[in-house]
Design a protein around this ligand. Structure first.
Ligand code: AMP
Length: 550
């Protein structure tokens, strides 16, 4: 017997329709590439998104075809999120930090029909425009007075001005109703090995993920909040925040290109931001600015940190020095991205500060909709005892089934009941209370005498040293143990620390045999396009390093 409830498909357009009707006056504030602070209401965003939808028809982009963006977090990018996906086209957010060759590769692979870009990426557009196969229009997301000079513009055929395009398009448009499983947006993985692969989200997966992301133990956002996604809209749909704010009626504050500590801090304070989200490296810049200038956060109460492991020292600093609660979260492009978040359970409220910090430092427990398990080399599930560690597998309605165009074949692993699980490539343990702890990327694991050493633990300890700005732990070849940990450290400006002092800092904090065999100091650790440490590059850089123990 079927239930007798209304059949309304879960469509992305419903989010902006809701915001327009029920939170029409709520604001979207953007720091734009033109340098101004721009304010617009959800009502106006919805109208401009309808103009985008009409412009898609004018530009000849058919339903299902891809329209790409190379853009910062601003209201214009948001209008494209809704106008492109809401009208049945697929929004392909391109990471501008990729190499131009990679951008050409993914634009061709996605068969992008049009590319919308911020003027900050004009040099990049000039480098790729003549090389892509399918892009017919290049739309500069600005108004006429900020368009490139004529002699440069002539070199990019099909160049259009976004504000003119919108002015020429009607704001009257009826959002189409279609199958909720229709593709809505496309993101390519960072592709540290081989070519990037596309992850094709659907309207259904996006709306379900947004609902889960808004839950109290996840981002916990409401109509009383002002939320600022530092995480870019080109990195897994800014973790869903550009969908979640209209869903909840929160004020949305978009930082544009201003991701340095000073610009972010100004916006936090001037717009009364209560919740923010980003990768640890960005928070480092923000905290350095706040500390150096003796500042405080007057409205910020929560910051979601993920994308790579958040050092416990950072969680502690936010809490003890600034009264900001950190939600450490974990996910991946293939997971839309949110999988787990480290929120307390009732049993944790009686813990002392150290006990609470230990819970907050885990990658967290599964958000409803995501199931996870760890398995050993034989594929058998391992216990949740906080000790056994194995490959982490996940499943759920916003987790990838296959990559775009079937690239790489079927990635899923079947269990005894025939259910497919996605292997994350992370190595983790899970506590009896269901909190997951990532010990490594499987590619980054250090194998010493057949035993695994968790590089993230070693990095977290180094990061708690007052002189350390950034630390990475990599495997260095060793004649007896195969591999031993080598700690690569960037010192804070003006700070001094020796190799011996750092090694002594590990005493009593870990099993003795986990202590790194050596420390090297360097000026910078290479970061990838989404702010993650590129340990493959570091391993290459230090492959000739001879450990003193070797
Ligand atoms: P991406 O798809 O580029 O977002 O990368 C996903 C990967 O980032 C995951 O598989 C993890 O290896 C890593 N990652 C994300 N969040 C965390 C976290 N909180 N702690 C440790 N690693 C993380």
């Amino acid at each position: 017997m079927l239930g007798q409830m209304m059949q309304l498909p879960l469509l992305i357009s419903s989010l902006i329709v809701h915001a327009e009707r029920h939170h029409g006056d709520q604001l979207v504030v953007s720091r734009r590439v033109e340098g101004d602070i721009h304010r617009i209401s959800y009502r106006e965003v919805a109208a401009r998104a309808r103009r985008v939808a009409n412009a898609m028809t004018t530009l000849g982009v058919q339903p299902g075809q891809r329209a790409a963006t190379l853009a910062w977090n601003t209201h214009r990018h948001m209008e494209l999120y809704y106008g492109v996906s809401g009208s049945g086209r697929v929004l392909h957010t391109v990471n501008p930090r990729l190499h131009p060759d990679q951008i050409v590769y993914i634009a061709d692979h996605a068969e992008d029909q049009v590319m919308f870009f911020d003027m900050s990426f004009w040099p990049l557009i000039q480098a790729v425009a003549g090389r892509t196969k399918t892009v017919k229009h290049w739309v500069a997301m600005t108004s006429r007075e900020f368009m490139p000079p004529a002699e440069q513009a002539a070199k990019v055929p099909g160049l259009l001005c976004y504000e003119e395009l919108l002015a020429q398009s009607s704001d009257r448009y009826a959002w189409p109703v279609f199958d909720e499983n229709t593709a809505s947006s496309l993101c390519y993985t960072s592709g540290t090995t081989g070519n990037p692969k596309g992850v094709l989200y659907s309207h259904r997966s996006t709306v379900l993920h947004t609902m889960a992301a808004a839950l109290p133990d996840c981002l916990g956002c409401s109509a009383s909040d002002a939320i600022l996604p530092v995480v870019p809209m080109f990195h897994v749909n800014s973790w869903g925040i550009v969908y979640l704010a209209p869903m909840t009626g929160a004020k949305l504050v978009l930082p544009g290109p201003g991701l340095d500590g000073k610009s972010l801090y100004e916006l936090f304070e001037s717009e009364g931001v209560t919740i923010s989200a980003g990768v640890p490296t960005v928070w480092q810049g923000l905290l350095a600015h706040v500390e150096a200038n003796g500042l405080k956060f007057s409205t910020m109460r929560k910051s979601a940190i993920g994308g790579s492991a958040c050092p416990p020292a950072m969680i502690r600093k936010f809490r003890d020095a600034y009264g900001v609660h950190v939600i450490h979260a974990w996910g991946m492009t293939e997971m839309s991205p949110i999988g787990t978040a480290a929120a307390f359970k009732a049993q944790h409220h009686g813990l002392d500060d150290e006990g609470k910090l230990a819970v907050m430092s885990t990658q967290g427990r599964a958000v409803y909709g995501v199931d996870m398990k760890i398995v050993g080399e034989d594929g058998a599930e391992l216990p949740w005892d906080g000790a056994a560690s194995g490959d982490l597998l996940v499943r759920g309605p916003w987790i990838i089934d296959t990559y775009f165009k079937g690239e790489g074949g079927n990635p899923l692993v079947k269990d005894a009941e025939g259910n497919g699980w996605f292997p994350t490539g992370d190595v983790a343990k899970i506590t009896p209370a269901g909190y997951m702890v990532i010990t490594d990327r499987s590619k980054d694991v250090i194998k010493s005498g057949g035993e695994w050493i968790g590089s993230i633990d070693l990095e977290n300890i180094a990061m708690a040293h007052p002189a350390v700005a950034m630390a990475a732990c990599i495997a260095a070849p060793h004649p007896k143990w195969d591999e031993r940990p080598l700690l690569v450290v960037v010192k804070k400006p003006g700070a001094e620390v020796t190799r011996e002092e750092l090694l002594a800092f590990y005493e009593g904090k870990i099993a003795k045999w986990w202590t790194p065999d050596d420390v090297v100091f360097t000026d910078a650790i290479p970061l990838g396009a989404t702010g993650k440490m590129q340990k493959n590059k570091l391993r290459e850089q230090f492959k000739a390093h001879r450990l003193p123990t070797a």
